[in-house]
Structure formats: C-alpha cells, structure tokens
Design a protein around this ligand. Structure first.
Ligand SMILES: [Zn+2]
Length: 479
C-alpha cells in the first residue's frame, strides 16, 4: 500500500502535471490499486478521466508501463497529449518508419521511457518483444486499454488478443527474481460474461475490481418498431428533425449502408458525412474534426466511429440498425450527452416477423452464420495442426489460422504456453458459442416492455441498482 506521505507526493505530481487539486472518484482508488502492484479490472465510462488512472502511476515509477491499445488514433491522441506536457511517453505502430521505431526501442532499452503504447500485434512482433525481454529493461506493469476489444474482436479479426495472457509469465522469465508485473484491464463497458472473459484470458490474479454503473440519468432511451425500409428512413428523418442543428450520430452496421444513407440524406439538405473503416485515415480525421467543430451536424457511421473521439455535446444517437451485442449498444449510446445534459437515443428495429422489412432478420442471421462458419473452419484446421507448435508455422499453413487458434483458445481447446507456442487440448469438450447468447440478449432488450435502463443494469450485473427501477426517461417508463 501507499503510505500517507507518498500519497501526498502522488497528489502533488497530479497537480503539477494536470493542474487538478483532487481526484475524481474512483480515480484515487484505481491509482492506489495500481501503485500497490495488484491486478485490476476497471469498468468506467470514457471521459471519466480514465487514462490518468494508469498514466500517473506509470510516471511515478522508474521503468516502463506498457499500454496495450487497439487503435493507432487512440495511441497518437494520448501520446501527443503526454508529450506536450514533456512526459516520457512513446508509441510504436505500423505507421512509424523503421528509424523511428529503432530510436524508441533504444530509449526503452535504456529505461528512459515511462509509458509505451502499442497494439497487441506490435507488442508480439519480433523486434519489440526481444527488446522488452532484455533483463535490464524495467517493466512496471501492463495496461490493457479498451479491454472490451479483447472480447469483441479476440476471436475474429484481432486474434492476438487471445495470446496476451501468456505475456506476463514469458516476460518474467527474463527479469530478475521477485519482479512483479501487475496487469490492469480498463474498459468502458463489460457485462459480467465479458468481465469473466477478460479476467480469464489475461489470467488476472485476484484482481481488484472497480466498476461504475453504466446508468446515465441524462440519457433518454427509446426503441421504435418499423414495418418497411421506407418507414425506417422516415422514422430516422423525423428523429433528426426533432433535433435541429444539434450534433448527433446515426449508427449503421455496414460501410455500404453508411454510404447509401448519406447519399440519400445529402440532397434533403442535411449536413451529414459517412464514416467507416474503409476511409483513409486523413479522411476520417477530417470528418471527426468537422463534426466536433459543428461544421457537420451528424455522421452516419459504423462501429469504427467511437473510441477516442471526444465530443461532449452530442444530443442524439440514432441506431438505424441495432448492433449485435448489448455491450456495443451501451458503448454507442454512451457517446451521447457526455456533458451531462439530456441526450436522446433511438433504436429502429423491424417488427419481429420481418415479413415486410427483413433487414434486421437477415443481418442477424448473417452475423450468426459467419460466426458458425469461422468455427467450422477452425474445427477443420485442427485436424491438420500438430499437437503443439509455433504460431508462425501455423500461419504458413493458412492465413486464417490465427483466428482458428483464437477460437480454439476461447473454447478451452488450446493453451498458449508462451505468447508464441500453443498446445492443443482437444479432449476438452468445446463450449458453445456466446455469440448466439449475445444476440438473444439484445433482441430481448429491444422487444422488452419494461424500463430499458432497468433491463440494461440487470444485464450489466447491477441487480441491486436495477431492483424496482423506473427510470422515468425511457419509452417504456414515460415521463
Ligand atoms: Zn425507464
């Protein structure tokens, strides 16, 4: 534990760097936990001063804290901010030149950095990993930022997330005896199942858990049933028009829908832009800036829009198409009303038979089917795998193999002996997919007649808070 005097030093440094007199709850709690070298799982909304919770402890120690972050834009934002304050932070990602990477790794090896941001893939790339394994490099801890990505993407397009649990023991083998290497996972939203997955995959040891409720009293929730594709568009336009000149977001699920809908809205005089992962980085940055500065009223976007984009005054969020998990839903509505003032969130959903409007039904079916296909392919691939081996050998076999390994890992049929060597454990019976469960959850939420917030709180493990709740500001509660 931190002694009183050193806690005074913590506060003094906090004031010196960021200029604040005191911490906002639960920042102090989290900082104490990290300084005490304990594993931690922190569920707190973005915009709540989350990054300071791991940056400050990192800056107070000699050596480096690794921050594993999913997106280049997120790393750049945080590192630029730290550098402006003349703090010893760096990042390594694919957009840097080899020269820059080498320079940063040199500073790592001389223990000159306090924070190093990187993606899971970069962390496990050969040169970076070898540098970090050098015995003289002092590593104080691992932070997994935006840890929900591990749950959301770990089994599909970011399979490296599934290997992170093997990092700690592998690094410790190269460090002096008695070295501690705590891991802290930070996420804005995670239901109990997602929390369990994070703890299990990272192999957190009796983690201290700090969880803030996802409830937001200024966020008004509504779900509207639509009967036809035309009806869906009309309902959306009506909702947009009810918020004249106010910043908003329309969420869709595919790049094509984002483009089509934007093309349809433009001639109607709306100030709108399409945003998705298919756009070039500069283009995305430009749209974000225009939206934040108010030159563009709203953005039609896929889930690519969100993390790291801070716009406190978003007054409305429309789900033209609902996401396939409640976690994504809560993250996306959570972009509204960060300034604490009222914001409206509306989700449009086809009537359940999908007879006239089959959009939702087909999309969900497609989603479940592609998951099943991945699992089938993984099963096929197991047959050609040796009982144990190196990831590089498997990748030579098949490009999709990394995903197959991640799926096997999630089903308990594969163990990572270190971040690069796997061992099959096929006798373990495979668990059923959580995908279908998460789909059922969101469908149940959308068709519910009870208080929406109550439903969400129960799903996110806040039963006590949810008990008897009538939020008074959702479509099922009325005002
Ligand atoms: Zn309610």
């Amino acid at each position: 534990m931190v002694t009183t005097t050193s806690w005074q030093q913590v506060e003094a440094r906090f004031k010196q760097i960021w200029g604040y007199d005191s911490f906002r709850s639960p920042q102090d709690d989290v900082i104490r936990t990290l300084l005490s070298k304990r594993d931690a799982l922190i569920v707190m909304p973005t915009g709540g001063g989350k990054s300071i919770c791991f940056q400050l402890p990192a800056l107070l120690q000699t050596g480096i804290t690794l921050v594993i972050s999913p997106l280049v834009a997120l790393m750049e934002d945080q590192v630029q901010e730290l550098k402006q304050r003349h703090l010893a932070a760096e990042r390594i990602h694919s957009a840097l030149s080899n020269f820059e990477k080498r320079k940063i790794l040199q500073r790592v090896q001389q223990n000159q950095l306090r924070l190093l941001y990187l993606s899971p893939e970069t962390l496990l790339s050969k040169r970076v990993w070898e540098s970090l394994c050098q015995p003289q490099v002092i590593i104080n801890g691992l932070i997994l930022d935006e840890a929900h990505c591990l749950v959301q993407w770990g089994e599909t397009f970011r399979p490296t997330y599934r290997r992170l649990g093997a990092i700690r023991p592998a690094l410790l083998k190269h460090k002096p005896a008695g070295t501690q290497l705590p891991i802290a996972a930070f996420t804005a939203t995670a239901n109990p199942a997602a929390q369990r997955t994070i703890c299990k995959v990272l192999d957190l040891q009796q983690p201290k858990e700090v969880k803030l409720s996802p409830y937001r009293s200024n966020l008004n929730l509504a779900v509207k049933m639509v009967w036809t594709p035309r009806g869906r568009r009309q309902a959306m336009v009506k909702f947009v028009k009810a918020h004249p000149g106010q910043a908003g977001l329309i969420y869709v699920r595919t790049r094509r829908t984002a483009e089509e809908l934007t093309r349809w809205l433009h001639p109607k005089g709306f100030s709108v832009a399409a945003y998705h992962a298919g756009l070039a980085n500069e283009e995305r940055r430009r749209i974000e800036a225009e939206w934040i500065e108010g030159r563009c009223q709203f953005v039609v976007c896929t889930s690519a829009f969100g993390m790291g984009i801070n716009h406190p005054h978003v007054r409305w969020v429309c789900h033209f198409h609902a996401p396939s998990t409640l976690s994504e839903y809560v993250q996306e509505i959570g972009r509204g009303g960060r300034d604490g003032k009222p914001a409206d969130a509306l989700t449009l959903v086809s009537e359940p038979t999908g007879w006239l409007d089959s959009e939702d039904k087909q999309r969900w079916k497609f989603f479940a089917e592609s998951e099943r296909k991945l699992r089938r392919e993984a099963k096929q691939l197991v047959k050609s795998l040796s009982a144990a081996g190196h990831i590089d050998e498997v990748l030579q076999l098949d490009r999709k193999a990394a995903t197959a390994l991640a799926l096997l890992h999630s089903q308990g049929q594969l163990v990572w002996e270190d971040p690069f060597h796997y061992r099959l454990n096929v006798r373990q019976s495979s668990k059923t997919s959580e995908t279908c469960d998460s789909l059922k959850e969101i469908k149940r939420y959308l068709s519910s007649r009870n208080c929406r917030w109550q439903k969400l709180l129960v799903q996110f493990g806040c039963e006590a808070e949810a008990k008897g709740m009538q939020c008074g500001h959702c479509d099922n509660c009325g005002d």
